[in-house]
Each structure stands twice: as structure tokens, then as C-alpha cells.
Ligand binder design. Structure first.
Ligand code: FES
Length: 396
């Protein structure tokens, strides 16, 4: 049963749009049929909802006077003022996208804007305006106040291993704070993203449209594995999406597209198929070998895909391309914390001892970011790390 909740009205580029209480800004816009969310920094290529999990910058807009807001991570509120940022005269129709066709991806600011030298101030002005994402905030008061919090245990991630550890730790009566780095199944909770690990040992967290700085005695990193896209021509224009974006839309009863093509493969494939079926989106082709994709067709949005099958080339008309790239351990925060990593062939994982301790005192890790894939292994690692954390504070 898709969530909706009470209707909420907000303005998008001056136009009144209706969303619902369960929406993020991005899902409300998608529900309204908006496809162009932003433009790329250099070539001004169109961008739409892509990852749905706060890991790219395709959905950034100006919200209530604050620039650069990832709209897929901010719950919709009544009366919000939402504006697209890049593009001249608009994000949807951007004359600056001429850079994309003229320079064919070979445009180097460093070598092209250097002569004659007396023109440097002018060049700087032009390049800054081409590349910058936005105007300055309307006022310093436009930013949400920073809230400082402290707790005994901070758990970042709400996958299997993090949830198992959380249950154990809370059962022991410890005050823990859970951060869902990605929403898994629960679209009613405000999305939260741990975005920075600072030298003070504090973790920066965005919860909805608010910001927190959290200091914890011990920190458990359980961010699991992150979805990745595929390197395919035109794989960035609106209509290309990763599985979490599909989840964000379909769980609210929004169809991400009428005709979908699945490219690549990973363990989320069956879930994506079920979600598309639930909103009556048809899967018109599946191309497991991403290297056989010649290109995604379309300018401002996806309108088809061309791929080879044996010696023949096929073109399929579609409005949605779902990229099923490899799931890779989400080690960015662990890197910021200074945790030692190890290479597991094509990706990095966090090095832990048998009790889930990383190389940084007070920082633990479990589950997918330590390289575990099987469910039973991730459950055991959540159990083991919880016991280890409880022991370190003199618990059972
Ligand atoms: S950050 Fe919102 S779509 Fe990627």
C-alpha cells in the first residue's frame, strides 16, 4: 500500500505543486512529472533523480533560499520554496548546454582560458558562473541551526548487521542513536545521512532538513554496500536511475517510467522487477552485459537504448534505464575516520579484528563494509560487534 498522507503545497520555480506528507521534495516533483532537476557543472548536461540516496548531486536545488540541497533527502514541508539552480535561462532549457555539443567532452578550462592574460579577470568571472551551482544563500538565517548531541553509541547504517547490533545494544540498556544512512523499506522516517567524520571525533549528520553534530563514546560503522551506476554513453541524463531511486518512487505509488530497460545485474534485480510491476511499469528489455550497450538515446530525457546482441544492433524505445552496477562497500566515512582499509580485488573494505574493532580506538565496523556479503555472516558480525562494544564498557 503506497504511502501518501496529508496533501502539502509548495512552490517549484514559482509554480504551486501539490505533494504529500510522505514525500521527499524529489518524489513530490517526480509525482508532478518533473524530470530535469539540475544541470552538470561543466557541460550543462541535464540531470534528474538518479541515486535517490544522497550519494550524487543530480537532484540539488535551492530550497527556502539555501543552495545545493539534495532534494531526495529532504522531506517535503508545506509552503517550501524550491527552485532549480543551474542553467540559462532555465534548467529545463539551458542554452549553456551548447558546451556539450561543441566541445564533445574535451573542454579544459585550464588550457582554454589563459590568453591573453589581461583577460584573466573576465575569464574567471565567466568560468565561475558556468561552474558554480548557485547564488549565495538568501541570508545566514536560511540555514537550519546546528544541534549538538552526545550519546553512548552511535550506529551509522540500518542494514541487517547494524539492526542486529542495535537490538543487542539497546537490550543491554545502552543509549544508542541510530542513523539510517540509506532508507531501507521505511519511507515514513525522515531520511538521515551521516556526511562527515571530524577530527574532534564528532560526526556530522543531516536529518531531514536539519543538521546535527554527534559525539559518541563508541561509533559503529554499518553502512553496508552502496549502489553504483554504469559507465554507459548518456547514462547520466534524466530517466537513468539506480535501484534506490526506484524504491523511493514506487514505495510511494509513483511510476518511475512506463517502459523500463534493466542494464547490468546485481542482487537487487528481482526487487526492482517486483517494484516496477507494482506500479505497472513494463520491463521492455534486460541487458545484463553493460558493455554491449552502445548508448542511451535522448537529449533532455531518456527515449530509448541501443545495444548489440551478437552481431546485430538493437534499438528499444523506453523512458527509463535502471543501472544495476556492482554494490561496493561504502567506506567513505571510515576513510574520514582514519580507519585502515584493505583491498579486496576491485574494491576496498574496512579492516577489522575478530571483534569488529577498526584501527581507530572507539570505532567499530560490521557487515557489508567489512567485505561480508552473505546474510548469515552479516548477522553474526552484528552480534559479535555488539558484544564487543558492550564488553568494552564493562557490560555483559
Ligand atoms: S543525491 Fe539525490 S538523486 Fe543522487
Amino acid at each position: 500500500m503506497p504511502l501518501s498522507g496529508e496533501p502539502l503545497d509548495f512552490t517549484f520555480n514559482g509554480r504551486t505543486v501539490r505533494g504529500y506528507k510522505s514525500d521527499s521534495i524529489a518524489t513530490a516533483l517526480a509525482r508532478d512529472g518533473v524530470k530535469s532537476f539540475s544541470r552538470s557543472m561543466k557541460f550543462h548536461r541535464p540531470r534528474g533523480l538518479y541515486c535517490g540516496s544522497g550519494r550524487c548531486i543530480s537532484c540539488v536545488m535551492r530550497v527556502n533560499g539555501v543552495p545545493g540541497v539534495r532534494t531526495c533527502r529532504v522531506p517535503l514541508e508545506q509552503g517550501m520554496v524550491v527552485q532549480t539552480e543551474r542553467g540559462f535561462p532555465s534548467t529545463r532549457f539551458d542554452l549553456l548546454s551548447v558546451f556539450d555539443s561543441v566541445f564533445r567532452r574535451q573542454f579544459d578550462y585550464h588550457s582554454r582560458f589563459i590568453r591573453p592574460t589581461f583577460m584573466t579577470p573576465f575569464y574567471q568571472y565567466v568560468v565561475r558562473h558556468l561552474a558554480s551551482s548557485s547564488r549565495m544563500p538568501d541570508s545566514s538565517g536560511a540555514f537550519p541551526a546546528l544541534e549538538r548531541k552526545s550519546c553512548e553509541v552511535l550506529i551509522i547504517g540500518r542494514g541487517i548487521s547494524g539492526s542486529v547490533a542495535q537490538a543487542r545494544i539497546q537490550k543491554a540498556g545502552v543509549r544508542s542513536l541510530i542513523i539510517a544512512d540509506r532508507q531501507v523499506g521505511d519511507v515514513s522516517a525522515p531520511p538521515s545521512t551521516a556526511f562527515g567524520f571530524y577530527e574532534s571525533g564528532e560526526v556530522g549528520i543531516q536529518v531531514g532538513s536539519g543538521l546535527k553534530l554527534v559525539k559518541a563514546r563508541s561509533i559503529l560503522l554499518a553502512m553496508g554496500r552502496a549502489e553504483t551506476g554504469l559507465s554507459i554513453v548518456n547514462g547520466d541524463i534524466p530517466g537513468n536511475m539506480l535501484p534506490e531511486a526506484i524504491h523511493q518512487l514506487t514505495s510511494r505509488g509513483i511510476s518511475p517510467g512506463a517502459r523500463a530497460v534493466l542494464v547490468g545485474t546485481n542482487e537487487l534485480r528481482d526487487r526492482v522487477r517486483r517494484q516496477l510491476e507494482a506500479v505497472h511499469s513494463s520491463i521492455v528489455a534486460e541487458v545484463q552485459d553493460a558493455s554491449s550497450v552502445v548508448q542511451v538515446l535522448g537529449g533532455r530525457a531518456v527515449r530509448g537504448i541501443e545495444y548489440s546482441e551478437g552481431r546485430t544492433s538493437k534499438t528499444v524505445s523506453c523512458d527509463l534505464v535502471i543501472q544495476l552496477g556492482p554494490l561496493v562497500p561504502a567506506v567513505e566515512l571510515a576513510q574520514q575516520a582514519g580507519c585502515e582499509l584493505r583491498s579486496s580485488g576491485s574494491f576496498w573494505t574496512v579492516r577489522v579484528d575478530a571483534e569488529g574493532r577498526t584501527s581507530v580506538p572507539g570505532v567499530y565496523a560490521c557487515g557489508g563494509i567489512t567485505g561480508l556479503i552473505r546474510e548469515d555472516e552479516r548477522i553474526s558480525s552484528g552480534e559479535a560487534v555488539a558484544l564487543s562494544m558492550l564488553r568494552s564498557r564493562g557490560g555483559p
